[in-house]
Write a protein that binds this ligand. Structure first.
Ligand code: SAH
Ligand code: SF4
Length: 384
């Protein structure tokens, strides 16, 4: 018998960035920024100026904050930093999709993707390193949760994308290359809700990055008790990873279904405050050959979703190394879409983007591992 491990050891590379203790100003709510600067002896209006430099102009260097006195700028630089996650790699797909592997201060890593279209682009942001859930068709689901990302790390992903597209200062015209945010990267955003909410409020602030809530979509695998809170606190667009029409099949694909089955999930969706016809809930449905792609499945999908303000996103399954599924054939996907469309629901088939660099839905993963015995703060327990 071989004593070699069956999988290569994954070693987290040593952190190569700065290791001083100055706190990062990115990721603080407006109120917290005011408090932190007041504690450093700055007048309250300075917080407004610093905020504008960080989130409107995208500056990272206090020396360039020209409406602040030189002495004050020096004091700020002594005490604080304005920091982005470190870019480990940037990959560019032949279709224009960009993917960044980002490293945070403690050496953990996560991925961020930008999916450009003609005159817009959606930045796909991660909320956790790994995921507590283990959806059987998702690559991220094979990486156990290492930890939640902080607000700075969540906003920082979008800021890295803006740096890359040189889209600072925040454009006021309607055409932006980075026009939308989708919380569809690694992790379950509703298991890290407070940090995600702080980050998204920063992103929506009109004196900064200024993305409207209509340009933000939060996707959940179905953390039912948190859905109402998303509506109350953020009121952004909601997407739900449905992927099956019976509890029996969904239990195997999205195991959180054993805790909150389809009927409970759909009831929470029906009560979502933003769920009006003008702002429908998106139901994501990955097309898995022989698993969830029959004509009967399509008809049942129509039956389940007709009472709701719903649209369906049909996602051809994106393969990843070792995945136990295959993508449905083109013919099958189009027949399925036809039935759903004929049933009165919009059901576009998503063109996979960035598959060549493993940047498409469900392909993200980083090499970060949790150290043995390390606790993950603030995370609810995983479903059974
Ligand atoms: N954890 C959240 C956010 C991730 S969003 C959630 O599950 O909703 C990523 C979307 O891609 C989800 O709808 C997810 O179910 C889907 N997905 C995961 N793996 C996939 C794959 N291999 N092919 C296509 N879609 C996939
Ligand atoms: Fe986690 Fe979402 Fe992947 Fe499921 S689909 S394992 S919830 S990231």
């Amino acid at each position: 018998m071989s004593i070699l491990p069956t999988e290569p050891l994954q070693i987290v590379e040593p952190f190569t960035g700065r290791n001083d203790a100055r706190p990062n100003l990115v990721g603080l709510s407006r109120g917290d920024l005011k408090t932190v600067l007041a504690e450093a002896g700055l007048e309250p209006f300075r917080a407004q100026q610093v905020w504008h430099w960080i989130y409107w102009h995208g500056l990272t260097d206090f020396a360039l904050m020209s409406n602040i006195a030189k002495k004050t700028r020096e004091r700020l630089a002594e005490l604080f930093v304005v920091e982005r996650p470190q870019i480990v790699t940037e990959q560019r797909s032949t279709d224009g999709t960009r993917k960044w592997l980002l490293r945070f201060r403690d050496g953990n890593e996560a991925e961020t993707v930008n999916i450009p279209e003609e005159d817009r682009g959606s930045v796909c942001v991660s909320s956790q390193v790994g995921c507590t859930l283990t959806c059987s068709f998702c690559h991220t689901g094979t990486q156990p949760l290492v930890r939640n990302l902080s607000p700075a790390e969540i906003v920082g992903q979008f800021m890295v994308a803006r740096d890359s597209y040189a889209e600072w200062p925040t454009p006021t015209e309607t055409v932006r290359m980075l026009s939308n945010i989708v919380m569809m990267g690694m992790g379950e955003p509703l298991y890290n809700f407070d940090n995600v909410a702080t980050a998204l409020r920063i992103v929506m602030d009109e004196q900064g990055i200024a993305l409207s809530r209509r340009r933000i979509t939060l996707s959940t695998s179905g953390v039912v008790p948190m859905i109402a809170k998303v509506g109350d606190v953020l009121d952004v667009n909601l997407a739900v990873s449905l992927h099956a029409v019976s509890d029996e099949v969904r239990d195997t694909l999205v195991p959180i279904n054993r805790k909150w089955p389809i009927a409970e999930l759909l009831a929470a969706c029906a009560a979502y405050p933003g769920a009006r016809n003008s702002r429908r809930i998106t139901f994501e449905y990955a097309m898995l050959k022989g698993v969830n792609d029959s004509d009967a499945d399509a008809r049942e999908l129509v039956r389940l979703l007709t009472p709701l303000p719903a649209k369906v996103n049909l996602i051809p399954f994106n393969p990843w190394p070792g995945a136990p599924y295959e993508c449905s054939s083109n013919n099958r996907i189009h027949r399925f879409a036809e039935i759903v469309n004929d049933g009165g629901l919009s059901a576009p088939v998503r063109t996979p983007r960035g598959r060549d660099i493993l940047a498409a839905c469900g392909q993200l993963k980083s090499a970060s591992l949790r150290l043995r015995g390390e606790k993950v703060g603030g995370v609810r327990s995983a479903p059974p």
